[in-house]
Design a binder for this molecule. Structure first.
Ligand code: PGA
Length: 257
């Protein structure tokens, strides 16, 4: 079995101006130690308007937190008012880009096809795509969770070629668990993560499929992270609300202690 370094990503969503973002990342860095970064890959994804400020803090203070973005457009440049290209992000030392978050799928009508284009563009620009998949409550109650997740994943990876497992992470985020304080049962999340793992192996080959990290997201906090991380195919977390509080996020990163 592949040895996968846990990946814990803070998705700040549309929170924090650039001054607040600077404070948040500084506070987080005061709470983490060298050993924490050796055990876990830590990433924060602030809004676009804060990326440059956070990048400078991370660089100047030599803080080994990775910089992530929450979205991207697939074209390289051109008449796409309001959009941001992969190379604009990679120039800012962004290493991870969240793609297909359920809020983007639901509120901004992103389809599997768009998610696939974004994923390919992110990987093509040398960054890692964090592809989000997950079922709604209605779909779970209709016992369609597995089918929804595998369809979204197949759609996102259609035609994708990756050089290695670090180009990709998959976040399983049941929509009903996001921002609700109602996390999935770790056992259920573990089952879906196992299904995702099998699908990754079949689409990308067993070696890469074994190495890609599968994250859980949806009301993760310092109290429940350990139960998710105990599952064999869950390799990290995509954390929303709790990532806005540096104490809480640091405690999540230090889940082993
Ligand atoms: P939450 O959000 O932790 O606030 O539930 C998770 C996410 O949307 O990635």
């Amino acid at each position: 079995m592949a040895d996968r370094t846990p990946l814990i990503v803070g998705n700040w969503k549309m929170n924090s101006n650039h001054l607040e973002a600077i404070q948040m990342v500084q506070k987080l860095s005061y709470r983490l130690e060298k050993e924490d970064y050796e055990r876990v890959e830590v990433v924060v994804a602030p809004p676009f308007t804060s990326l440059r400020s956070v990048q400078l803090v991370l660089e100047q203070d030599h803080i080994p937190i990775g910089l992530g973005a929450q979205n991207v457009y697939w074209a390289e440049s051109g008449a796409y008012t309001g959009e941001v290209s992969p190379s604009m992000l990679s120039k800012l030392a962004v290493k991870h880009v969240i793609v297909g978050h359920s809020e983007r799928r639901q509120l901004f009508r992103e389809t599997d096809e768009m998610v696939a284009k974004k994923t390919a563009a992110v990987v093509g620009a040398g960054m890692a795509a964090i592809v989000c998949v997950g079922e709604t409550l209605d779909q779970r109650e209709a016992e369609q969770a597995e089918q929804v997740v595998t369809t979204q994943l197949a759609g996102a990876l259609r035609g994708l070629s990756v050089g290695g497992p670090s180009a990709l992470a998959i976040a399983y985020e049941p929509v009903w668990a996001i921002g609700t304080g109602r996390n999935a049962f770790p056992d259920d999340a573990g089952v879906i993560a196992g299904i995702i793992r099998e699908q990754l192996r079949s689409i990308l080959g067993s070696e890469i499929g074994d190495g890609v990290r599968v994250l859980y997201g949806g009301s993760v906090n310092a109290a429940n992270i350990k139960d998710f991380m105990a599952k064999k195919d869950i390799d990290g977390a995509l954390v929303g609300g709790a990532s806005l509080d540096p104490d809480q996020f640091a405690a999540i990163v230090r889940y082993r202690l």
